[in-house]
Structure formats: C-alpha cells, structure tokens
Design a protein around this ligand. Sequence first.
Ligand code: 5GP
Length: 343
Amino acid sequence: DLFYRQLPKVELHAHLNGSVSFSTIEKLMARKPHLNIEHGMTAIRSGQRRKLWMSMCFKVFKVIHQLVDTEEDILMVTKDVIREFAADGVKYLELRSTPRKETTTGMTKRTYVETVIQAIRQCKNEGVDIEVRFLVAVDRRNGTEVAMETVKLAEDFMLSTGGLVVGLDLSGDPTVGHGRDLLPALQKAKNCGLKLSLHLSEVPSQADESELLLNIPPDRIGHGTFLHPEVGGSQSLVDKVRKHNTPLELCLTSNVKGQTVSSYSQHHFLYWYQMGHPSVICTDDKGVFCTDLSQEYQLAASTFNLSQEDMWTLSQKAIDCTFSPDLNQQLHQRWLELRPTLF
Ligand code: 5GP
C-alpha cells in the first residue's frame, strides 16, 4: 500500500545477515557455485508457514553465513541491505551484526566490522537517503570470553568511527546459554557508553534470565514475547520494563513465522501498545522472513484495526527510541516534511 511505503520509518531491529534479500542471495550464489545452495534454504517464503520453529531459523542463518564469508561479500550485502531499506522509506536504520572470523578467507572480526562501517560510509557518500548506525552483536551461544572481546571491539569502533557504532546487541539462539554468564560483559558495555539492546523472553521460561538482565537495565528490548503474565511472564517483569520506560522492538512476521506467537492477532504488540508503552515495529530479518518494514506497519494496522493516523504517530514516536538522540530534532523535522497525505 502506497501510504505505508511513503510513510517515513525508523528501523531499529535488523540483523544484517537475516536482512539479505533474495536478489543479493542470487549474486552470492553465483560467486560460490561450489556451495550448491538451493533457493529454499535461505528464506521462509510466504504461504510456506510450514513447521519452522526457532531451530529451523538458525539453520537458515548458517546457510547464509556460508554464503557471506569474505569482506567483499560483507561490503556488497551491507550496501544492498541499506539501499533496500532506503527504497522502502526507512530514513533511520540501526543495523546489527555478529562479527565473524573466517579462517579460510582471512576475514577477521575486526575487518568484518570495518567493512560494515565502510559500506555505511559509501552509501552516505553515494547520497542514499538514510541515516545508518551500527550495533555490534554478541551471540549468546559463544559465552563469557567472546562476549567480553566483542564488547572491547564495539568500544574501539564506537570511539574510532565518530559515533557510527552506537551500541551492543545480545542475540543468538535463545535456547542456548544463560544471560548470567554474559552479565559482566553487558555491564562493561553499558559503562563505556554503548547502548544495550537485548533479546529478552523470546521463548517461554526465560523469566529468571529476563529478571537479571532487566536489572542492568537495557536501553531497548528485542521481542520480549513472554514478559507479560498472560503468557507465563510476570507482573514484576512488566513493572521493571515500565519503570524504566524501556522501548520494545516488535517484529510481527518474524514471531509468527518463528512460531513463538500463534497468530498475528495474538501478537504481544497489542498488550504493550494499549498500555501506551513505547513499541517500535521492526522487521528482524526481512530477507529470511520475506517482508519489509512497510509491510510490517500495514500488517499491524490491519491486524489491530489501527488508522493511518495511528501508524503515523507510531512511526514518529519511534524516533525517540533510537540510540542517536543527537539526530532527534533533525529526524522530527524530516518527518514533518515527509508526512504523507492520509487516505
Ligand atoms: P548476523 O549477526 O550474522 O548479521 O545475523 C544473523 C544472526 O542474528 C543469527 O545468527 C542470530 O545470532 C541473530 N538473529 C537473527 N534473528 C534472530 C532472532 O529472531 N532471534 C535471535 N535471538 N537472534 C537472531
């Protein structure tokens, strides 16, 4: 729908390798024919809501990681993803990605991040109409030591890029590892000025971990699917989130296709939105889940019976949830200039 495409949007929860579009995947496959990767292995197509579940998602990421294993790949993928978000009307984007080392190609975690930053700068120089910032991601499966190293890397880049690296993300398979082991690293990140976006209560029975992580407290929450009492969370968790007014990054299609939410109408967006809590609609992995941010806004509107005016307000309020408060005024001004006509 034209309205949602024209609507200026903020994207705060986008994993780089999950955001790779089909056309970019095709370019990567052409570069690496020896991998013999089939089309169906890198995306969960629409209407194909087959038995997926989390584990399946993480298999898809593994395949994509095989396809993206050199600096050259990272550069192309990052630039394509940025251009695609811009073409969808996203004016401010926070990308996140897990630095990866590939012994076979010589890519290191440092050159990985350097290349992402280079891609962001190139897009800016090429005049792509979007502000992009980067969150360095910690994969929870890798434990304490790697998390510490990743925080150090993020801190170095925050200082050397003049603020293009704004924060740290905690993600990875939620059924593996425990947040308590990562607490020191997250605390260290917070203390050195990195903003924290943490995947929290993405699957059931993570209440203890969420309790622990919410005490830091994080600056934003990814998903938070099982925080509230109606789904096995608790009022005390909700109270903590409310007390700090911590924004939630909510990804409808991702949660429905990942089967942590049974249907769109059951999505926890409604719980938080009705409470007037800062809720930001995001894509998570637009490539893997075959979606884009316009579609997610439209889905939220049609599912919860929200007007275009409501959706305009939602996109405007998302500006206040970014990790770049220095851009707030400028973005609010842009929003007013770009306000689409309501239909
Ligand atoms: P990358 O960090 O390689 O750019 O993007 C893919 C990675 O993002 C995955 O390997 C995983 O660690 C993380 N990721 C992507 N989507 C999700 C999600 O829905 N939940 C969690 N917990 N992690 C995710």
